[in-house]
Design a protein around this ligand. Sequence first.
Ligand code: PEP
Ligand code: MN
Length: 342
Amino acid sequence: MVIIMKKNATEKQVDHVIGWIESVGYRAHPSQGVERTIIGIVGDDRGKAQLKATEHLPGVEKVMAILKPYKLASRESRDGDTIIRVGDLEIGGPEFIVMAGPCSIESEAQLLESAYIARKGGAQVLRGGAYKPRTSPYSFQGMEEEGLKILKKAREKTGLPVVTEVMNTTDVDTVEQYADILQIGARNVQNFALLKKVGQARKPVLLKRGMMCTIEELLMAAEYILAAGNDNVILCERGIRTFETATRNTLDISAVPVLKELTHLPVIVDPSHAAGHWQYVKPLARTAIVAGADGLIVEVHPEPAKAISDGAQSLKPEKFYELMEEMRILSEVMKNRIEVRQ
Ligand code: PEP
Ligand code: MN
C-alpha cells in the first residue's frame, strides 16, 4: 500500500499518519518528493483493510494498493527518481557516473596505480574486490581485510569513494567501515540473509543482477534491502547466462529501459563481466549510456596480462581513457535527447 499525502500536507500530518501506521503493526517508509510526500507501507497483507482507514486522516489524498510484488522498489512508492548521495557525488541524477578499478585488490602498488588511472580518466568511484567470489576454491580468494586497508589508503590518496564486495553477513560490519558503497555480487543476489543484513547498513548498496535472475527477481532482491530500512540501492545489469558462449554473459540491455520504467532506483551497467573480453567493453558501454543507464562499473588494470582475476576483460589504461572520452561525448548527446513522456 502507498499513502499519497496532499500537496499542502503539513509535517505534523505526515508524522501523525506514520504514527498511525506503526500503531497497527506496519512499517512506514516516507519519501519526500518535489511535490508531495508519499508513504510506502510494508507488512503483512492481512491487515490491508485496516490501512484503508488512513484515507480519512488529515492531509491524506489517497491510499492505493501497489499491485506489483515489489512495493518500495516500485515507481508508485516514490515521487521521482532516487538520487543516492556519496559525499558530493550523486548517483541517479543528471550526471552519468563511472566506477572503475581492478577486479581484485592484489597489492598496494597495484591498487594505488589503478586508483590514479581511474581518477585521471575521470571516474567518480574506485572499485576493487577484497572478498572475491571465485568459481574454484583453488583460485585467489582476495586479500580480505588487508585489501580493505589498501582500499582505504587509495581512497585517502585520490579522494575517490570506493565500492567493494561483501559476501558474508559476518563481514558486513567490517566492510562497512572501509567502503562507501557495499557491493552485492551476482552470485549473492538471492542470499536473503545477506540482503537483510546490508539493509541494516548505513552505506548505499550496489546490487548486481544474478546471471540466473529475472528483472522481477532483481527487484524483489532490492525490496529485501529497502524493507530492512536501507533506501539507497543501485541496481546493476551485468549480463545473464544464455546459450551464447562467445561472450562470458549476455548483456541484457533491455533491462535498462525496463528497470527505469519499473523502479525509481538508479541503474548502472557492468560491461566487463557481461563481455568477458576487453575488446567488447567499449561497444557495450556505449549501448549502456544511450539506453538510459545512470552509470557504469568497469574493470581497469595497470597491466591486465598480469591480473590475478578477470584480466581478459580488464581495460588497459589507454583503452580506459578512450572509453571515458567517448562517455563524455555520449553524455552530451543524451542531455540533448528528446524525451517523449506519455
Ligand atoms: C566483480 O565485480 O568482480 C564480480 C565478481 O562481479 P559479478 O558479481 O557481477 O560476477
Ligand atoms: Mn571481476
